[in-house]
Ligand binder design. Structure first.
Ligand code: ATP
Length: 301
């Protein structure tokens, strides 16, 4: 715990009789990119607000860079990008960043290199009112990165962005983490997180139901790999028979196999020679894994 950027232990938060965060514990380390996943109302924003010191917890411990949430030390070392960022439309991007730099006690001159870093150098002197949603989001990220924070909290940073802008956001997150900062981001966009996070936390109804690197969560979930075997319509039934059955789907047969049986099943497919035209292998996606852990938690509840 001593070196962790964020220490959360047994944290609870109740709103009247409703428990929004229920005995949540985890530690995040420098350089980690961590996704916080959960359905609507799972408690993600409440947890962020507790970490930021905006909300008081009802129990448990939180330490942000070794300091109390909301303390000066915690605020100086951490940054937050809320889900919807709003900046004064009449100010230019540069003016906005200089304003935030002053608020954080930094030199306004820090603003310009950051605008360049998020790809807004050319638009720096344009009014924010003329920015697209993606540009405003990038400005929000630049704002969050003022002063090289060591803990960066991003609430749904890619909502409403097009694929290229999403990619840019993740590249930036990668760079920030490479420089040693811890990035905790909440998201609903599971598939795009697969290659871009080191660790996944899953909240379900306020409880932390999973916390691990994706490969281990995948193994723990034990979900089947899906193989789609393409063949000519006239040989499809034979292919299906010889592979022990499966869902036939016009030009393909779909079979589920356990991770341990993948190589064996692929050898059986390859033994079919010319009968097979192609094979697609689908490992369980983050969506599948997320659903597995949420459902398992619901069943237990
Ligand atoms: P979303 O993905 O929709 O943003 P979330 O995971 O961020 O959801 P929270 O906003 O943390 O979820 O809400 C968790 C639960 O706590 C919800 O049931 C919500 O209605 C409740 N809640 C949050 N803030 C308050 C509040 N100030 N007063 C009463 N209930 C609240």
């Amino acid at each position: 715990m001593s070196n962790s950027s964020l220490h959360v232990h047994d944290v609870c938060k109740r709103f009247s009789s409703h428990t929004a965060v229920d005995r949540v514990s985890f530690d995040l380390n420098p350089g980690e990119r961590v996704a916080l996943l959960g359905h609507n109302g799972a408690g993600k924003t409440t947890l962020f607000k507790i970490i930021l010191g905006f909300l008081k917890r009802d129990g448990g411990e939180v330490s942000v860079l070794g300091a109390a949430p909301g303390s000066n030390a915690a605020r100086l070392g951490s940054a937050y990008l809320p889900e919807s960022v709003a900046f004064p439309a009449a100010l230019t991007g540069e003016e906005v960043l200089k304003f935030y730099a002053r608020l954080k006690g930094r030199k306004p001159a820090e603003a310009l290199p950051l605008l360049e870093r998020v790809g807004l150098a050319e638009a720096a002197r344009r009014r924010v009112g003329t920015y697209s949603k993606g540009m405003r989001q990038r400005l929000g990220l630049a704002q969050a990165l003022i002063g090289r924070p060591r803990l960066v909290l991003l609430d749904e940073p890619t909502t409403g962005l097009d694929p290229i802008s999403r990619q840019n956001v993740y590249e930036l997150i990668g760079e920030v983490a490479e420089q040693g900062a811890t990035v905790l981001l909440s998201s609903h966009a599971l598939t795009e997180l697969e290659a871009r996070t080191d660790r996944v936390l899953i909240l379900s109804k306020g409880k932390l139901v999973a916390d691990d690197v994706l490969s281990r969560l995948r193994a723990q979930a034990g979900l089947p790999i899906k193989l789609k075997v393409w063949a000519k319509p006239e040989t499809l039934a034979e292919v299906s028979d010889r592979l022990g059955g499966g869902r036939m789907n016009g030009r393909s047969v779909e079979i589920d196999c356990r991770t341990d049986d993948k190589v064996k099943t692929l050898s059986a497919i390859s033994a079919l020679g010319n009968l097979v035209e192609d094979v697609d292998v689908h490992a369980p996606s983050l969506d599948d894994i997320y659903r597995h852990f949420s459902n398992a938690a619901n069943r237990e509840a």
